[in-house]
Design a protein around this ligand. Structure first.
Ligand code: ADP
Ligand code: MG
Ligand code: MG
Length: 877
């Protein structure tokens, strides 16, 4: 049987999201449960992928099916495309599997042409409405299908308003709108060189193709990369008959959430705009009314809407984000989906739903996007400073968090300033999808126009970026890059602080403090811990970071890098002496100076970890990273060493390497200078002995990790030094203490020979940064130069340093884990690369059966949740 590419709303349901996209599946589901939905059909995501496979063409088979479904739709609605009695007007809406708000484009009122406008104007007795629909259609179609600049149309509207002496588009008359429609058509012809299409079927096919094309537009590609949505999914297209919110004052359009998406409060929240259509609410053309006011002005539709909200929440068992239209007092539902929410709201809603008996603990854990938690772990404004501060202004608390940065006025500036390390706050009249990258680069976003559901608000919440919207008190002068608020003029580069939780705006830079886990966050984390199998450790090099990670739930340290400690204070001098030694004796003398310092460092870290396991990695970077470059430092070193400046310079020159990342580093240092490994072993064991004596109730088991091993013999060589030294230390102290010696698996050869390596290594820790670097053969620091081209050409969809490449690097990990276990069944396995905090990579680690993941302290809660989700998902399957 051939594939079916079109489904009536009555043929689909919510479980068909992969095929029908989220919007289409939910339109079908709402239809099934008897809600008032304007009817239509969905063209599947497979039709989209087919379109690309066929070289951006709709093939004959799909075309025929679309035509068949238009006829079906005409029968169902009793209307006909282009008809002079009862013309069918439709919307054409994109809808991927995962919602991508504002990423793709919608066309309304399709099916209109000059004849049909006349028909509906006469039949309805409402020519203003008819012409409003037509001018909107031309505007949207030109923008979306033909990419004729949106700006120019808006300019024409502004000119018309000025000419008529009105400020709002609702004040324009039927005649004005008709004139505008004609101007728009002329503009279209001027830009495209052809007449605006009048045949509804031709319009429809153009629109469908445009939706397919929009799947591949630059902002959709960026959004997908950020949100882990594969290109291969494609988007569905929904063709739906129109409901009209712009037929007069008993009509309108709205957007609402069943619970507050910023705080999670169980209270309907939304906005409604009378005599309006489509994105008017979101685009901020006029300020909409809060949903409660709708109760007074549209009591019947409102009562019906409240009912629908309850039905939908009970049905989906989650907070819903809905779009609806009221046509002459009658309610039509146009969309529902599980609403995007802030991390704070997500936690509250999940806990509330559990308490309301709507969902289980596992479901609560599964419904939270781990990436979102990041925002809660970011600093908040210092409470004391906040109390004392006088806000310079107040607007809507659109997306919570604390932001503090220098003012910029364009998305490009935000990007450029952030790229050179500046913290910026982006201030705009309103934002649009083109601004997305600038919004991402900014600490916070402040808009003059737009409500809680404006583009800026929705996108900022999705990104977890602080946003304050709708600050109409601002007198904006975008052109000259300045604005005035409460009598003060702010220029580009001035500091500004935003509180996205209250909507307060503060002049200057407000101090911030670290966040903590408590309340609902703590409850959810408790549930996550109950259901996960993977342990979560942290990468920490200092007692401060270690303590922070403990607080955030780390169960140990998976990677403690020893070299970072060497840069501090007077240590760097001792290290330099060690490097610039000619003899073993000289080197040992320098190392002897370092020993007590390292021992102190390790004691501090052990104390902070309260007896939890700590993996300490031995010296890893190339030595030249430590040598002095300043003349004065070189002289100082020469004096300390009793050498000439010349001699020191020669030693430094000898350390030069052509490719240091693949040079004299890692365990190679210990092979050439075994004294280093011996000193580090002494420091680790002595620290563990001291801490063990101080805390008899802890069981100290030091873990020593040898980096950059590629051959079992080099591991054995270094391990022998470690074991000999450690045993000496323990014997001298009269202590019996277990310790482990293991290795990083970060060179492909180590993964390929993991069976041999495991004869010596008691644990493996996958160093996926180096492993990725060496498997791909390009460095993390240089990948930025060409990854853009790889994204454009669809060669890579993600940065392999951010998201583990499961196909290649992952295969090495899986293989090494299996071989390691075969050789040594009790081998302990973990991952300590950057990937340890990336949810999809955590899921991978769960699947291949690692014992733990290790990530930076602030990602620990994310990893805990992702680990629980992986376990819950596995259980369900
Ligand atoms: P997005 O995915 O960007 O939200 P939508 O496809 O939901 O885009 O369309 C945007 C808006 O257009 C909707 O919220 C709704 O107000 C309006 N709209 C879409 N289809 C219809 C329709 N059939 N009748 C009336 N309004 C519609
Ligand atoms: Mg849209
Ligand atoms: Mg929508």
């Amino acid at each position: 049987m051939s594939k079916k590419f079109c489904y009536l709303f009555t043929e689909g349901n919510a479980s068909m999201r992969e095929l029908l996209g989220g919007k289409g599946a939910n339109l079908a589901e709402m239809t099934n449960i008897g809600l008032p939905v304007p009817q239509g059909f969905t063209i599947t995501t497979e039709a989209c992928t087919q379109y690309y496979e066929d070289g951006q063409k709709i093939n004959d088979e799909i075309m025929a099916e679309i035509m068949e479904y238009i006829e079906k739709m005409e029968k169902i609605t009793g209307k006909k495309f282009g008809d002079h009695e009862n013309p069918l007007l439709v919307s054409v809406r994109s809808g991927a599997r995962a919602s991508m708000p504002g990423m793709m484009d919608t066309i309304l009122n399709l099916g209109l042409n000059e004849d049909v406008v006349g028909v509906i104007a006469a039949k309805s007795g409402n020519p203003r409405w008819a012409w409003d629909c037509y001018r909107r259609f031309i505007q949207m179609y030109s923008d979306v299908v033909m990419e004729v600049g949106k700006k120019y149309f808006e300019q024409l509207i502004d000119e018309m308003k000025e000419k008529k002496g009105v400020t709002q588009d609702v004040e324009l008359s039927a005649e004005d709108l008709k004139e505008l429609a004609m101007q728009f058509k002329a503009e279209y012809k001027a830009k495209i060189g052809a007449d605006f299409p009048s045949d509804p079927k031709e319009q429809l096919i153009g629109a469908i193709k445009a939706v397919f094309r929009s799947w591949d537009n630059p902002r959709a590609n960026v959004y997908r990369r950020d949100n882990d949505i594969p290109y291969s999914w494609g988007t569905a297209v929904n063709v739906q008959s129109m409901a009209f919110g712009n037929m007069g004052d008993d009509c309108g359009t709205g957007v609402a959430f069943t619970r507050n998406p910023a705080t999670g409060e169980k209270k309907l929240m939304g906005e409604f705009l009378t005599n309006a259509q489509g994105e008017d609410v979101v685009a901020g053309v006029r300020t909409p009314m809060p949903i409660d006011q709708m109760a007074e002005k549209f009591p019947e539709a409102y009562a019906q809407f409240v009912d629908v909200c309850k039905t939908l929440e009970d049905h989906y068992r989650d907070m819903q984000d809905m779009e609806f239209t009221v046509e002459h007092g009658k309610l039509y539902m146009l969309q529902t989906r599980n609403g995007k929410r802030t991390a704070k709201a997500a936690l509250k809603i999940a806990c509330d739903l559990v308490d309301e008996g709507m969902i289980s603990e596992q479901q609560a854990v599964a419904m939270i996007d781990p990436r979102n938690l990041d925002t809660l772990l970011h600093p908040q404004f210092d409470a004391e400073a906040l109390k004392k501060a006088q806000p310079a202004g107040k607007a809507l608390p659109a997306s919570p968090g604390a932001a503090c940065g220098k003012i910029v006025f364009t998305a490009e500036d935000a990007k450029a300033w952030a790229a050179r390390g500046e913290k910026v706050v982006l201030v705009r009249l309103e934002t649009s999808p083109e601004d997305i990258e600038g919004m991402k680069a900014a600490q916070g976003i402040l808009t003059v126009r737009g409500g809680m559901t404006s583009h800026a608000a929705v996108v900022a919440r999705g990104m977890g970026t602080c946003c304050v919207s709708g600050c109409s008190a601002i007198a904006m002068d975008e052109e000259n890059k300045k604005f005035t608020l409460s009598g003060k003029t702010y220029h580009e580069g001035d500091w500004l602080s935003l509180d996205g939780s209250t909507g307060n705006i503060y002049d200057g830079a407000m101090p911030t403090v670290d966040a903590t886990i408590g309340g609902e966050f703590g409850r959810i984390m408790g549930w996550a811990d109950k259901y996960r199998r993977l342990k979560v450790r942290t990468n920490a090099d200092t007692p401060h970071d270690a303590a922070k990670a403990r607080e955030l739930g780390a169960q140990g340290i998976g990677l403690c890098r020893t070299e970072h400690m060497f840069f501090e204070g007077d240590r760097i001098e001792a290290i330099r002496e060690m490097i610039c030694s000619d003899t073993v004796e000289e080197r040992e003398a320098a190392l002897a100076k370092l020993l007590p310092m390292q021992q102190g460092d390790f004691e501090g870290i052990y104390e902070a970890m309260e007896g939890c396991p700590v993996t300490i990695r031995f010296l890893d970077p190339p030595l030249h990273e430590f040598v002095p470059t300043e003349e004065a430092d070189i002289e100082k070193l020469a004096k300390a060493q009793g050498k000439t400046v010349e001699q020191i310079k020669n030693i430094i020159a000898a350390l030069h390497e052509f490719n240091p990342m693949m040079g004299h580093r890692g365990c190679r240092l210990a092979v050439t200078f075994p004294e280093i490994a011996a000193m580090q072993t002494r420091a680790v064991i002595r620290a563990a002995i001291n801490v063990q004596k101080k805390h008899p109730d802890w069981t100290m088991v030091p873990e020593i990790m040898i980096p950059l091993v590629g051959e079992v013999k080099e591991l054995k060589y270094v391990k022998d030094i470690v074991v000999t030294t450690a045993d000496q230390e323990l014997a001298a102290a009269g202590m019996d203490m277990k310790y482990l010696v293991g290795t990083m698996i970060e060179i492909p050869r180590a993964a390929l020979t993991a069976d041999q390596i495991a004869t010596e290594a008691q644990f493996f820790s996958f160093g996926t940064n180096d492993l990725t670097q060496m498997t791909f053969g390009f460095s993390r620091d240089d990948a930025g130069k060409f990854l853009g081209a790889y994204y454009d050409k669809k060669i890579y969809e993600n940065d392999p340093f951010a998201k583990l490449d499961q196909v290649g690097v992952g295969k090495l990990v899986k293989m090494a884990a299996e071989m390691g276990r075969a050789t040594r069944p009790d081998i302990h396995l973990g991952i300590c690369g950057e990937h340890g905090g990336d949810p999809s990579s955590v899921e991978f680690c769960h699947k291949v059966g690692l014992d733990y993941v290790s990530c930076s302290p602030f990602r620990v809660p994310i990893a805990r949740l992702a680990a629980a989700q992986a376990a819950i998902k596995e259980q369900r399957q």
